[in-house]
Design a protein around this ligand. Structure first.
Ligand code: ADP
Ligand code: MG
Length: 337
């Protein structure tokens, strides 16, 4: 029989990376989520060659203390939870302590960080620390990831075309910006600006930056609440539709989620007002007690378990119905009687 032994750290991290770091967009997601969790007010993302050459995320958040920077790159090392019951009241986007060790095991990573006093810069190559030195003291963190997947050729080969990978990055940044209108985002790819938001906390303004002013002219706010659940956001009037469900975004406690029953609830809110095969544009915000939500279902945390899902679904459907019926009561000013 072969001997049983614990895997070397770098190998264990690479295996975890297989789940957390599927493609360049996953790196962008993890780094931006870290920046959001650090209370940043501005997050700037720079991409070169669809993320294969460079992914750089600059934030103005809390930074990491010099003495803790190397710990941040250890597996299951996190500042966001510390005991079992924290798992049932997670308010941050991260908590698994997997992103930095995973990413650094399949790329070259440089992190410059400062809590506002002394700054530190660390460089990792293929999971190994190669240097740590003093750096500028501006509060915040900059992470630059290059040579992504250089040591995992199968992953590199499996990637889609550069355009598809870039559109996945753009999609992720758009959704993170929608989830956090209070943060000013920018996304620049090969020198071209793909997104810029103001950070003024106005969801409709973020929607405008992504979909354009013509689109938001046809979107309406919705509202609903029930004790510990609050529904908000914007949905399109029935005349503005798309041929895919992908334009329905669900944001639960600041986290973008995928959830079929709740997506269905959005569509159901329109009743017979949508043509078959057509779907609305919608951004639905749901705020609920974290105790009702289990986010520890999937490594990327896009799937969550919600204990009051049917109730949330009916609140969403009702809020949309309400908006549409209110809309019908207002006479169309442009109509010639
Ligand atoms: P997680 O986000 O699940 O805690 P990560 O591996 O993504 O795990 O990050 C590890 C730790 O490093 C975080 O818990 C946080 O304390 C710190 N960290 C990572 N990125 C940043 C950042 N941009 N600003 C401040 N702290 C950060
Ligand atoms: Mg994280």
């Amino acid at each position: 029989m072969k001997k049983i032994r614990e895997l070397p750290t770098i190998l264990a991290n690479q295996i975890a990376a297989g789940e957390v770091v599927e493609r360049p967009a996953s790196v962008v997601k993890e780094l931006v989520e870290n920046a959001i969790d650090a209370d940043s007010t501005e997050i700037d993302v720079t991409i070169e060659n669809s993320g294969l050459k460079l992914i750089k995320v600059v934030d103005d958040g809390n930074g990491i203390d010099k003495s803790q920077v190397q710990t941040a790159f250890l597996r299951h090392a996190t500042s966001k939870i510390s005991e079992q019951r924290d798992l049932f009241r997670v308010r941050t986007l991260g908590f698994r302590g997997e992103a930095l060790p995973s990413i650094s095991s399949v790329a070259d990573v440089t992190m410059k960080t400062s809590t506002g006093s002394v700054g530190t810069e660390v460089t990792y190559k293929g999971g190994k620390l190669v240097s740590q030195q003093a750096s500028e003291s501006r509060k915040g963190t900059t992470v630059a990831v290059s040579s992504l997947f250089y040591n995992t050729p199968a992953r590199l080969k499996y990637l889609s075309s550069p355009n598809t990978e870039l559109s996945k990055i753009s999609d992720i940044v758009n959704r993170l910006a929608l989830s956090h209108p209070e943060v000013a985002f920018s996304l620049i790819s090969n020198g071209r600006e793909l997104l810029r938001t103001s950070g003024r906390g106005d969801l409709l303004q973020v929607l405008g930056s992504i979909y354009g002013v013509k689109t938001i002219a046809k979107m309406q706010p919705i509202k609903g609440d029930d004790l510990d659940i609050k529904i908000g956001g914007y949905v399109s009037l029935p005349e503005l539709t798309r041929s895919s469900r992908n334009y329905i975004s669900l944001i639960l406690n600041g986290r973008f989620i995928r959830n079929f029953p709740l997506t269905k609830a959005v569509i159901n809110g329109y009743g017979s007002k949508l043509m078959i095969g057509r779907f609305p544009i919608a951004v639905i915000t749901i705020n609920a007690d974290p105790a009702l939500i289990d986010v520890n279902v999937h490594p990327t945390k896009q799937e969550v378990r919600i204990s009051d899902e049917p109730k949330i679904g009916s609140l969403i459907s009702t809020a949309i119905q309400q908006m549409l019926s209110d809309k019908n009561l207002i006479p169309d000013a442009t109509r010639d009687f």
